[in-house]
Design a binder for this molecule. Structure first.
Ligand code: ACO
Length: 335
């Protein structure tokens, strides 16, 4: 396993935050009406009780646009000042064009470049790293990072081992310059030998769409749950330890740890191994399920609203997902 460390990144901060979740809530009990599962099984194995599901007319760019607008409105930021729009997602509207192109158009970011970034569920941390690098290098001043997913569209609703885990949602942050060095350190990692453990096998250049791929459900998410579980707990712990060392900080210095929200047992295992107290860790997957690239910003918004995350707090974020990828970011919350 390789982890690339980028220590002491200075000069960028998160200066706006916005989220969006579709209204429709799908509970475990509802799923158990059409699938051989129970609320008890799902809750005890994953911690998930319900998730939000997009309307049939909503695609990834629609959710991303709502979250982006929320971030811009909350900070009174003029979209024409955006230099770059990055959308991180595993459920783009289409293979191409990039969902970011559509979102940039929707929000009136007429001067901005736009591209999608795909790093599985670690996409938000990767996107934050790219935005920070652009800003810290003084190439761009105002970069919008949006994590948005309509995972309900890529689930096999006949497969109880995967479809109960995921939900839809979006979150956006604006990354802008600061003199304070608010973002301390990043760690981005990848181990492609585990690519087959979490994927949509068909629909790309390896296995183009055909009658057979549709018949065999190969356009839906397939996952080896136990492999991903073991990988996730190991990667999150190692990555978090690395960014803490890079920044010269200890677990006790972290005010809030926001891990990717895949499974409460993964979060609990990582928490114990890292030595965090329960009150240092934020989790809301009970109500959203795993929203992939949207999970961390959805937590941030709720942590701010509930007073768990305050200006000046030291914040640790960690993601993991398909690739297999992982990534962590240590920052001072400056919003
Ligand atoms: N309801 C009832 N029974 C179920 C369900 C369900 N929804 N799903 C699976 N089962 C059954 C299985 O068929 C199996 O039955 P069997 O013993 O008769 O074969 C039994 O439950 C146990 O299955 P396991 O897979 O061993 O269950 P486990 O406790 O490992 O939990 C889970 C499975 C929840 C998927 C777990 O492995 C996990 O969370 N893995 C990580 C998943 C993850 O986080 N993925 C995404 C991360 S990256 C990203 O975000 C894209």
């Amino acid at each position: 396993m390789i982890g690339l460390s980028r220590g002491n990144v200075k000069g960028a901060r998160i200066s706006a935050l916005g989220v969006y979740v579709p209204e429709r809530v799908l509970t475990n009990d509802e799923i158990s009406q059409f699938l051989d599962t129970t609320d008890e099984w799902i809750t005890s194995r994953t911690g998930i009780r319900e998730r939000h599901i997009a309307r049939p007319d909503q695609a990834c760019s629609d959710l991303a646009t709502e979250a982006a607008r929320a971030a811009l409105v909350s900070s009174g930021f003029d979209p024409e000042l955006l230099d770059l729009v990055i959308v991180t997602t595993i459920t783009p509207d289409m293979t191409f064009p990039a969902t970011a192109s559509i979102v940039a158009h929707n929000i009136g970011a007429t001067r901005a470049g736009a591209f999608d970034l795909e790093a599985g569920c670690t996409g938000f941390v990767y996107g934050l790293a790219v935005a920070t690098a652009f800003v810290a290098a003084n190439i761009y001043r105002n970069v919008l990072v949006v994590g948005a997913e309509v995972l309900s569209r890529i689930l096999d609703w006949e497969d109880r081992s995967t479809c109960v885990l995921f939900g839809d949602g979006a979150g956006a942050v604006l990354v802008t310059p600061t003199d304070n060095g608010s973002i301390f350190s990043f760690d981005l990692g990848n181990d492609g030998s585990g690519a087959q453990f979490l994927s949509i096998p068909a629909g790309g250049s390896r296995q183009p769409a055909s009658h057979e791929t549709v018949k065999d459900h190969l356009h839906f998410t397939q996952m080896n749950g136990s492999k991903v579980f073991k990988f996730a707990t190991r990667a999150v712990v190692e990555s978090c330890e690395k960014v803490l060392v890079d920044a010269g900080l200890a677990v006790a210095d972290v005010d809030l740890f926001v891990p990717h929200q895949a499974n409460i047992r993964i979060i609990e295992t990582a928490r114990k191994r890292l030595g965090f107290r329960k009150d240092q860790v934020f989790a809301n997957l009970e109500r959203y399920g795993n929203t992939s690239c949207a999970s961390i910003p959805l937590c941030l918004e709720e942590a701010v609203t509930s007073g768990r995350l305050k200006k000046g707090d030291t914040l640790l974020m960690a993601g993991f997902g398909a690739g297999l990828t992982w990534g962590s970011c240590l920052t001072r919350w400056d919003l």
